[in-house]
Design a protein around this ligand. Sequence first.
Ligand code: PLP
Length: 371
Amino acid sequence: MKNLSSLIRPLVRELHGYVPGEQPKIKGLIKLNTNENPYPPSRKVFAAVKAAVDARFRLYPNPTAQVLREKLAKLHHCKPENIILGNGSDELLALAIRAFVEPTQSGEPTTRKGVKETVQYFTPSYSLYPVLAAIHGAKTNIVPLGKDFALPTVSDLKRGKKWQFNAALTFVTTPNAPSGRGYSTADLEQLCRAQKGVVILDEAYVDFAKENALELAVKYPHVIISRTFSKAYSLCYQRVGYFVAHPELIGAVDKIRDSYNVNGLGQVAAAATLDDLPYYRANFKKVIRTREKLSQELTHLGFFVYPSQANFIFARPPKFPAQEWLQKLREQKILVRWFGYPETKEFLRITIGTDQEARQMIAAASKILSA
Ligand SMILES: *Cc1c(COP(=O)(O)O)cnc(C)c1O
């Protein structure tokens, strides 16, 4: 075959795929780059997963993750019909685009108004949204957040004229990533009320925040809350996330998902997680305490650190450009994340690890500064 690339759709050929944070192969690195939880899952989770390793591997898992959905419905005071599970919330975000947004003719500019084809989000926010929109051939409408990553008010957005109140799908990362800024439910509610299309409030980090906006998914039929077991519940490896929303929107996503999208051990692990919530709530407190301490100590060293309501901080380092710090920290065996976008390139995103890891981070930063 001479020209294999001609067999690939132009859209896919030209696509820039998502770049996940590095999962290093060498040992001994301190991993503060992908917002993983430093604490292990509960012992009950390991016990449940081990107990599930048996002859049932021959069988398909429950196609609707029924046990898990019922437990989540109880936890969130809603019905199982309000909940759908995904292979990580990333899968559900992709399915939502497919369910609610019209693709444009791939490679052709569209002459239509295009609101039915538009995925809208603020910048900076989760860097997966543009990739998912591009894969689908959707249009994007990208609007900057306010000063210090504040959520713009509805009147600000009206005045700015760029925001589309009728976009097919709007993503809001709340708390924001990568800045860590938290948003009040009252402010999110104002935005949701003004939107005519579907709004997804992506609450991947909400367990580390002061408020969550779950009530908005109950109150407004066009609002979806997205949650994940990955970050706060130490379960990245198992890939389990979920949406809470009106049964009609849930039903639409349900129709287009793979029948067995959530693997069996993932379902078992997530269900056992919900049986030991006090363990996790104690971990949230530890992470928050470490976050506040690390923020303070980095500030003493001359970093500018934004207040965070997530399990990471967004900090502008002194003396050297952020990208150089990335390298210098790596030489000290510490991995952090840097995003080269204009609005983020002066900052490092540092995941909150254990207290011990925070001390190692401070020691490395002091060493770099005094070199
Ligand atoms: C990590 C993350 C997710 C996705 O998590 P999954 O592991 O796919 O459940 C979604 N949104 C944001 C903002 C995230 O940071």
